[in-house]
Design a protein around this ligand. Structure first.
Ligand SMILES: NC(=O)c1ccc[n+]([C@@H]2O[C@H](COP(=O)([O-])OP(=O)(O)OC[C@H]3O[C@@H](n4cnc5c(N)ncnc54)[C@H](OP(=O)(O)O)[C@@H]3O)[C@@H](O)[C@H]2O)c1
Length: 395
């Protein structure tokens, strides 16, 4: 296997110019040596799950020049120190001549915290091993180039697949300008999500509902339509099971929304109502009086809503809407992952609700094929998880 490329000053990009570095393939021997440490760094990175948006989850391990572990760190929250800074702080002078193993290319720009590439150089590490290049255009290989330019040995691509999976929402947001979308619903074995009279609580059992509460605590926003708000009066919180509460988002064209709803009480979590230009004056006034934030978008579509949420720092959203908005979101490419909870119950009836409105298909062979990620049992129910994220991440 080829030796990892060494680019930067005097490399392929020409002397003195810092240019993006192509991902480098480690040799089999190098991969075997650094993989266990990278797995540890990935474990550390995952400790930031649900707290780091708009930033990625990052973990870092520092070894001294003899290969002994001297520092560990992870990015705990946006605005807090980056993983490298925490690990270098633990290592102190022992980092000199050592190796930093990081799950993502170190940043090289001044954000809310100083550049990590400079912190690594100041600590005098001799080698930096990363799992993947940072797709953020402000970094995109420049962090590695800076290190190489200063004479640091750089290896990239150890556990790259695992690192991309961990940060798939961040990568999706950076490469598309929209948060990764997960659409979730609960249905009976015969595919119904509510009775014709709207009764739907509860189709799934307590274990499945606990799984949803945990999930809400890990995403940045939960989205429903006005129909679900009127029918179910949902709370949409993690019930304290997640690291923090998501932003609760309601989409409504009309703003014909009841004055008494659980979402209007923002003592547990923040609520945002997004509407179009035709929303009623009365609806606007009611929300303003309730102290609920409104955002008018023209046009107001799932795509424009996601773009607005990306601007607010959301990497991942959970669509918990009914069939009308779910079909619209799917049709506009706003869903990359599906989670269907299937309860062993029969609701029957042709007028009972189903998870999705019309997708505009005229030939069953046109139906999109989703990739099965896994099936698991949640009490009496089954959870099916599917995705199309490989295509979405490349797009
Ligand atoms: N079992 C489950 O997992 C599950 C989950 C969620 C909901 N449900 C069931 O679904 C039923 C409600 O269905 P639904 O289809 O009415 O719910 P929905 O999809 O959540 O809401 C539809 C509403 O979303 C708003 N909307 C749609 N597109 C919009 C856009 N581009 N811009 C702004 N607003 C937009 C409109 O609200 P306005 O009318 O206010 O303009 C529209 O009437 C309920 O019976 C509920 O129990 C079941």
């Amino acid at each position: 296997m080829a030796q990892p490329a060494r680019l930067g000053r005097g490399g392929r990009w020409g002397r003195g110019r810092l240019s993006p570095v192509a991902p480098m393939e480690p040799t089999a021997e190098q991969a075997a040596r650094w993989r266990p440490w990278m797995r540890r760094a990935l474990q550390l990175a995952a400790l930031g799950q649900g707290r780091t948006s708009p930033n990625p989850m990052v973990g870092c391990v520092v070894l001294d020049s003899s290969g002994q572990l001297v520092g560990e760190g992870f990015h705990a929250q946006a605005g807090h120190p980056h993983a490298e800074v925490g690990a270098l702080g633990q290592a102190g002078a022992r980092a000199e001549g050592g190796t930093a193993i990081v799950t993502l290319e170190p940043c090289c720009h001044q954000g809310r915290t100083p550049p990590c590439s400079q912190a690594l150089l100041a600590a005098g590490v001799g080698r930096v091993v990363v799992a993947m290049v940072d797709p953020d255009p402000r970094v995109a290989g420049q962090g590695l180039a800076q290190l190489q330019d200063a004479g640091v040995e750089v290896l990239a691509g150890i556990c790259g697949q695992e690192a991309r999976h961990l940060n798939r929402a961040f990568i999706h947001r950076v490469s598309t300008g929209r948060p990764l979308g997960l659409l979730k619903w609960a249905m009976s074995l015969d595919g119904r999500t509510a009775l014709p009279n709207g009764s739907s609580q509860w189709i799934s059992g307590p274990e499945a509902r606990t799984w949803v509460h945990r999930l809400r605590g890990q995403v940045d926003a939960v989205i429903v339509g006005g129909g679900t708000l009127r029918a179910d009066d949902p709370l949409l919180t993690s019930r304290g099971l997640g690291p923090r509460e998501p932003l609760r988002v309601v989409l409504s064209q009309t703003l014909d929304l009841p004055p008494q709803r659980k979402l209007w009480d923002q003592s547990l979590a923040q609520t945002l109502v997004v509407h179009g230009p035709d929303a009623s004056a009365q609806g606007r006034q009611q929300l303003d009086q309730l102290g609920v934030e409104r955002l008018e978008l023209d046009p107001c579509t799932p795509v424009t809503v996601l773009e607005a949420l990306a601007q607010r720092g959301c990497n991942q959203v959970l669509w918990e809407c009914g069939p009308a908005l779910a079909a619209e979101a799917l049709g506009q490419g706003c869903v990359q992952q599906l989670a269907a909870v299937i309860a062993p119950k029969l609701l029957g009836g042709v007028a009972a609700r189903t998870p999705l409105g019309d997708l505009g298909l005229v030939d069953v062979n046109e139906a999109q094929q989703w990739g099965l990620q896994g099936v698991e049992r949640l009490g009496a129910d089954w959870l099916w998880q599917l995705n199309n994220s490989p295509r979405a991440i490349q797009s």
